[in-house]
Design a protein around this ligand. Structure first.
Ligand code: FER
Length: 294
């Protein structure tokens, strides 16, 4: 119990007050009322976008390990390589993050089918050449799923592992571009919050940022965008989706409202009747992947 209170107290400070409640409060009540904003148009994904298609080339997913300096352990990470990955070519990199109950397997094993979505997009020539990196976003010695709410700190600490160790490891192992214009970060729920937090705080590293159903770890708009002109100049895409029936909409809508008020280009789509699940997150990946590196 003591650990929980400590984590909650620290996060209250880190997140600028959004954690000022006990972490055991149900999801729907945590985020508070959504800010009234004008959503961007929802366009349904085409039928079959997330279904395995016959007769197309397929990518591969491989589990890799890397040494994490900040965590002090060897960590695991899944990597999607597109159909006919060719080390003689150069690829962009999308870092795709999981939620509070997940790990490096969540997108693959819990209904995200990122490999199928990407294979289909490749077959239809709707995406730029990219690999998709699915790390474990809980930067702690014990990074297993049972870390539960006690792992808030570990999610918050992931930027050091990501930037200090994972990105260099990926750039060492794969034939990828190494500049911000060829690097994107997006994620679901806690991973959405991480993507907004880390992506906007490190615009020299990531030009494209996506948050799907972002959780209460999302920093306040003023923290995310302390310098409006800098964000306007350096960010190439700030893209969000959240389910209309998801109690966490407040995290996305307050950022959208701030961006609209300050003239920062920003997309927020409300997935009709969408809940806090992979229906929304698959839609997020399908759309975000088509907008980056172009
Ligand atoms: C919360 C509700 C949900 C919260 C985090 C989540 C930090 C994250 C959910 C997920 O990642 O799926 O109150 O507090």
């Amino acid at each position: 119990m003591k650990k929980y209170f400590l984590a909650a107290a620290v996060l209250t400070v880190l997140a600028g007050g959004v954690y000022a409640q006990e972490p055991s409060i149900p999801m729907g009540m945590f985020g508070g009322a959504p800010t009234n904003v004008k959503f961007d148009p929802y366009v349904a994904a085409p039928e079959g976008f997330d279904q395995e298609r016959e007769g197309i080339d397929r990518g591969t997913v491989e589990l890799i390990e890397y040494a994490s300096e900040s965590v002090g352990t060897t960590r695991k990470c899944n990597v999607y390589l597109p159909p006919k990955y060719d080390p003689k070519k150069k690829y962009s990199v999308l870092y795709l993050l999981h939620g509070i109950g997940g790990d490096e397997w969540e997108w693959m094993n819990d209904g995200g089918v990122p490999n199928i979505i990407m294979d289909n997009l490749y077959a239809d020539k709707k995406v730029a050449d990219m690999i998709v990196v699915m790390p474990n976003g809980r930067a702690a010695k014990n990074d297993s799923r049972d870390g539960g709410m006690g792992s808030f700190m570990a999610f918050n600490d992931f930027d050091k592992d990501l930037i200090g160790s994972l990105i260099p490891a990926i750039e060492n192992k794969y034939s990828v571009y190494t500049d911000k214009n060829h690097r994107a970060i997006a994620g679901l729920s806690m991973g959405g919050g991480q993507s907004l937090n880390f992506g906007l705080a490190n615009m020299d590293k990531f030009a494209y940022v996506g948050g799907f159903s972002s959780a209460p770890n999302t920093r306040t708009p003023q923290q995310l965008i302390p310098d409006v002109e800098k964000t306007k100049a350096e960010n190439k895409l700030l893209w969000m989706v959240c389910g209309g029936a998801d109690g966490l909409m407040s995290n996305s809508s307050r950022l959208k409202a701030f961006c609209d008020e300050n003239g920062v280009p920003c997309t927020l789509i409300e997935y009709p009747q969408g809940e806090h699940n992979f229906v929304v997150w698959k839609y997020g990946l399908y759309n975000f992947a088509q907008l980056i590196f172009k």
